[in-house]
Design a protein around this ligand. Structure first.
Ligand code: AMP
Length: 211
């Protein structure tokens, strides 16, 4: 089964994606993670992506679509994949339609008033990618899951977050309509409750297809 996860930055897509991929054995593909890995390794793609990411803008479509096309062609995606952060506009969604078939789009709705604080207070594990919020860390600087170092993403600052949210509203939110028209959308609500609460709702839906 091929799944697209939709939701504003900070809605909890990444956390849900990890939980879904663990339970159902789908490959988790995060374009943001691919770009961050490329930046870390100093590749050409990383160099190009960095300026866009730091400004809270989208990396050009041609580059992003080609990365995803190549990734989805790999053998491990044959059983199904979970796209987290792609597509982010209708052009990318049309391109994706051209090289793959999306079976389900999970749309995580969230009160946007929560997002600035969520993102600016977010700390991420360098090793396993687990996310935390400073308000619940009690000063801890290492990951509870794997002991890795926690860091703050460069784009989790107020100016860049404002730009990312504007990009989401202008370019990504129209995809809710896009996948509604295709008849493949499932809506759920991201809240301040533990991620496991939202996951229970998502899993109840996925069990219909993947049990
Ligand atoms: P994320 O980790 O999904 O929040 O993505 C971080 C940043 O990577 C975004 O703000 C964009 O600059 C870039 N990015 C991730 N996915 C895409 C995409 N599908 N298209 C263009 N840029 C992307």
């Amino acid at each position: 089964m091929n799944i697209v996860l939709l939701g504003a930055p900070g809605s909890g897509k990444g956390t849900q994606a990890s939980m879904i991929s663990e339970r159902y054995g789908l490959v988790h593909i995060s374009t943001g993670d691919i770009f961050r890995e490329n930046i870390k390794n100093g590749t050409e793609i990383g160099l190009l992506a960095k300026s866009y990411i730091d400004a809270g803008k989208l990396v050009p479509d041609e580059v992003t679509c080609e990365i995803v096309r190549q990734r989805l062609a790999k053998d491990d995606c044959k059983k199904g994949y979970l796209l987290d952060g792609f597509p982010r506009n209708t052009y990318q969604a049309d391109q994706l339609d051209g090289f793959s078939k999306v079976d389900l789009c999970i749309n995580i709705n969230i009160d946007h008033a929560l997002l600035m604080n969520r993102l600016c207070g977010r700390r991420v594990c360098r090793d396993c990618g687990e996310s935390y919020h400073v308000d619940t860390l009690n000063g801890a600087t290492t990951c509870k899951k794997c002991g890795g170092e926690l860091y703050q993403r460069r784009d989790d600052n107020p100016e860049t977050v404002a730009s990312r949210l504007a990009v989401y509203n202008e370019q990504t939110a129209p995809l809710i309509d896009y996948y509604t028209k295709k008849g493949v959308i499932f809506h759920c609500t991201g809240t301040e409750a533990p991620a496991s609460v939202l996951f229970a709702t998502v899993a109840a839906e996925l069990d219909k297809y993947l049990k």
